[in-house]
Unconditional design. Structure first.
Length: 264
């Protein structure tokens, strides 16, 4: 494996930067190409067929162009729908992102877990299977919060988050049977940890927030164990659609060691 070969992190937008941050903690020297499909954002309102075709097609072309050593789909919606198809297309390891139901089930004390995701994620049989496998005997309350994706995208660009969006997530979960017993909240979209402070302010300190970023990072590090990485490689941030879509991200990208945004 060429030492300069990058890890390819793919998401519909900037949510996968939460995975990037966790990855930096375990593989600080690894070169990364982050690909944001801003032209396809948001995924949560699309059909399964649209998401599968788009994600598999884009990752196939990106792998051909960038020759990565590993690809990570840093998006719960894309992973729960297209992970198998992408693994069939690519000849490199592919790591997906799935709702962190297993660690949430181990953490909860009341046995009641809230799960917040996109519309497409929460309806997937994959999520049903995770609940059956890891959360038997627990109560899993799911809601879709598509507005939080746009809120997270805006926050990373320096704009204010509408408190009503966060309050709505809280109120809808509390209104469900058993909602008042929630003590663990699964953030089933990589965008949502960007709103951790806003969520904590509404749900309170007794509700733990759980996401999959650190587990994904550990999995990538395990798969790449023993490989060497070229020193001093600048990370790249590429977007689909007009470059203007990345406007406002300059400070956040620079703080993470990325060069100026590029068009894929």
């Amino acid at each position: 494996m060429t030492p300069s070969a990058p890890i390819l992190l793919f998401d519909s937008g900037v949510g996968g930067l939460t995975v990037y941050d966790a990855l930096r903690a375990v593989l600080p020297q690894a070169p990364v190409i982050y690909a944001a499909d801003l032209a396809g954002l948001p995924y949560g309102t699309k059909t399964e067929a649209q998401i599968a075709a788009r994600v598999a097609g884009l990752l196939g072309r990106m792998a051909e162009r960038y020759q990565p050593r590993l690809a990570c789909i840093a998006c719960n919606t894309a992973s729960t729908i297209a992970l198998g198809m992408v693994r069939d297309v690519l000849e490199i390891p592919v790591v997906g992102t799935v709702p962190a139901i297993k660690p949430a089930a181990a953490l909860t004390r009341t046995g009641t877990i809230g799960l917040v995701g996109t519309e497409a994620t929460i309806r997937q049989a994959y999520v049903d299977d995770l609940e059956t496998q890891f959360a038997q005997g627990k109560r899993l309350l799911r809601i879709a919060a598509p507005g939080l994706v746009a809120a997270a995208e805006a926050k990373l660009r320096g704009r204010t988050v509408d408190p009503a969006l966060i309050a709505d997530v809280h109120d809808r979960l509390m209104a469900m049977p058993g909602g008042a017993d929630i003590d663990t909240l699964v953030l089933a979209c990589t965008h949502f940890p960007l709103l951790a402070d806003e969520l904590a302010a509404v749900f309170g300190p007794h509700v733990a927030q759980v996401d999959g970023a650190s587990g994904i990072a550990r999995r990538i590090a395990h798969l790449l164990g023993g490989q060497t990485f070229a020193a001093g490689t600048t990370n790249r941030f590429v977007v689909t659609g007009p470059l203007a879509g990345a406007s406002g991200l300059e400070a956040e990208l620079a703080a993470r060691g990325f060069g100026a945004a590029e068009v894929f």
